[in-house]
Design a protein around this ligand. Structure first.
Ligand SMILES: [Zn+2]
Length: 404
């Protein structure tokens, strides 16, 4: 009962501060910045946090557009990480990341002002470059996220829900080196690098029929003879990106693709070089946090609720955080069901009434979850315990076992 009153007070506070935060989201939307270039967006969020009494460091862990903002009441309460993204896609904010910062600011400010009788710590992490550049992985490698017990984030979507799995995999860049000689006077001395790459693609197509259904294989050409600005006629560059919801299969898939590269080089008498990047891990779910999110969403009559959860999301660098501390993302519906992210429709809804409602609602849901964690040490301990078990089970079964 007490928590319900508290949540009501938090909701009222969020309503009170929502209008300028919705405007802030519109401003971020109108000035989209791609990964690691989010100078204006991160400055807007940091300035607001500073003005509202948070201890802010803009630029952390070697990333100019990452930030860290702290508020602590008392000692030894749970340390709640509130994460937000703000990077855009080339077409603009077609993934709704402009909404996340304002949501997290509203949550942090409401908790700071309303909860006065319990110890807790809030750490707002501004996490740049989610889209393809894995900002959170870099932050983690550089020492971020060691001061939080759990991590929460909001993401706009076509359902109000949570998810359990995300894609793992990597990108393999490949270059084939051929041998040049006069094509009609000494064709026997030539070796064509493009042949190696074309046979690679052929091999990937044949492989497609012999992998689990959830495996995605995407490839392309980066440079070859005939392309504008081709720099070296004896070399051809391409890439293969592979993704799977079964993290335990990543190693095997990488090996099979590497064998295809090598086989193609052997067949064509070319030399091959391989470089791995964009390694993505699968996320570890927190079912306890997921349930708290959905319970709070339901209590607020959130639209388009999908329960118990959405089984899968795409590849996300949030997965790196989920392997460090118990984590969950609260998805909030702001577009009709079935509207995909990264689409024109998603982009067009960016400043809509529903987008602004999603800010209010996302903030209320996450603030509600924070209350559940701050006021019930049993709930908080249940999150930690489940996480420990999931990690132990994974350790026994291999990374990202399907059992979890
Ligand atoms: Zn996104």
């Amino acid at each position: 009962m007490k928590n319900n009153n508290l949540k009501e007070q938090l909701n009222q506070h969020i309503e009170k501060i929502a209008a300028p935060l919705c405007e802030m989201a519109d401003t971020i939307f109108d000035h989209p910045e791609m990964g690691f270039q989010e100078y204006k967006s991160s400055a807007l969020l940091c300035n607001w946090l500073k003005k509202n009494g948070f201890n802010v460091i803009h630029g952390v862990c070697g990333l100019d557009t990452a930030f860290h903002a702290v508020y602590e009441r008392g000692k030894d309460g749970p340390s709640i990480g509130l994460l937000c993204e703000y990077d855009a896609l080339p077409i603009g904010h077609a993934c709704g990341h402009h909404l996340q910062g304002p949501v997290i600011l509203a949550v942090a400010d409401a908790l700071k002002n309303i909860i006065i009788d319990k110890p807790f710590k809030l750490i707002v992490y501004g996490t740049p470059a989610e889209e393809g550049l894995q900002g959170k992985a870099r932050m983690l490698a550089n020492g971020c996220f060691n001061d939080i017990d759990i991590a929460l984030m909001m993401h706009a979507g076509d359902h109000t829900t949570v998810d359990v799995k995300s894609l793992a995999g990597a990108r393999l860049d490949v270059d084939f080196k051929g041998v040049s000689a006069h094509p009609s006077l000494a064709p026997e001395l030539t070796r064509d690098a493009l042949d190696g790459l074309l046979l690679t693609f052929q091999g990937i197509e044949f492989m497609r029929g012999h992998v689990k259904k959830d495996v995605s294989l995407v490839y392309g050409i980066k440079d070859c003879v005939g392309m504008p600005n081709n720099k070296d006629q004896t070399s051809t560059e391409g890439y293969v990106v592979f993704r799977t919801y079964h993290s335990c299969d990543v190693e095997d898939l990488e090996k099979r693709i590497t064998d295809i590269f090598k086989g193609a080089a052997l067949m064509t008498g070319t030399k091959v070089g391989i470089a791995k990047s964009h390694e993505m891990v699968g996320k570890l779910p927190s079912h306890v946090l997921n349930k708290l999110i959905l319970d709070n969403a339901q209590a607020l009559s959130a639209p388009q609720i999908l329960r118990p959860h959405r089984e899968r999301t795409g590849a996300t660098d949030f997965a790196f955080v989920s392997r460090h501390v118990p984590s969950a993302v609260c998805r909030v519906a702001f577009v009709p069901e079935g509207t995909p992210s990264h689409s024109q429709a998603f982009l067009e809804a960016g400043k809509s009434q529903r987008a602004h409602e999603a800010i209010r609602l996302g903030a209320k849901i996450i603030a509600g979850v924070a209350v559940d964690l701050i006021y019930s040490s049993e709930t908080f301990q249940a999150v930690l315990k489940e996480y420990k078990n999931i990690k132990a089970a994974e350790g026994n079964a291999g990374r990202g076992s399907t059992a979890i």
